[in-house]
Design a protein around this ligand. Sequence first.
Ligand SMILES: [Zn+2]
Length: 347
Amino acid sequence: MAQISVPSPADFHVHLRQGKLATLVTPHVREGGFALAYVMPNLKPPITSTAQALAYKAELEAIDPTVEYLMTLYLSPDLMPEEIVKAKEAGIVGVKSYPRGVTTNSDGGIESYEMYYPVFEAMQRVDMVLNLHGEVPSDAATNTHVLNAEPQFLPHLHSLHKAFPNLRIVLEHATTRAAISAVKACGPTVACTITAHHLALTVDDWAGQSFNFCKPVAKFPDDREALREVIWEGHSRFFLGSDSAPHPAHSKATSTPTQGCAAGIYTSPILLPLVAHLLESFGALDKLDGFVSTFGRRFYRRDLGAEQTDRVVLRKVSSIVVESTYGSGEDIVVPFWAGKEIGWKIV
Ligand SMILES: [Zn+2]
């Protein structure tokens, strides 16, 4: 296959940041081949109201009006069922839950789900999507750490699905065979996003390499195999959410003993060619359409109409070397795969 075209690719999990960094990274959604961005709410302060979400959407549209932005709210004790109704009416699509302290800007995250049941009840009623960062916080007392934080979260997924069978839930950025099995075992209202970088990395790639460090961390080779397998089999409840999460290079490459490096991998500017490259590497290039466009769109009810012909064309090339940086000065960001080769190019 020398050329392949994909209908209106959609990235169902992306961090577009704010201020100067947003100005740099928002146009990279389109540059990376994508027409739709499902926008995460973990800003400073987090997006907890309809008004904030709409203001942020306007900010993003002012930067690049060619992308469709689907907005989300940050689950916190401030979020009330009445706000859910208001958000739905304003076109906001989902609510993102972060367990406390597990990733970037998650200090206001949740500790227990029961207290949010009235909010989930309202979401189920008005048909909004619950997006789960599926990890529990590390805790020495229960032997919980970055490598088992996701499997230990999965009972929460099951109890939420059981309590709210009609609530659409997305387990975000799955990294383990256990998570893939857990989502498969759920009904049609539960889906799962998979990032590009977790199709490439394992623990060995981030231990000692801070630019490959993200949450959830990449796991074992067999886990990566499970992510690849579910795409290869074309399971329609598993689709792309890049979790592209830019951080200024200085916060990724820290060497101070008192400050750890930021968690996040930046894939937006190369996303579609990278995903094609990775799917090709494990014989799943024929599933590209489903994985980056139709499966996610169907779950989110953003199906393409027959009149929509916004196809992105990729051409096979001998090699393209990924840029080493984007931006300038303090705000330089380093993309995933920097300096390495990709075999596909957007034309
Ligand atoms: Zn994320």
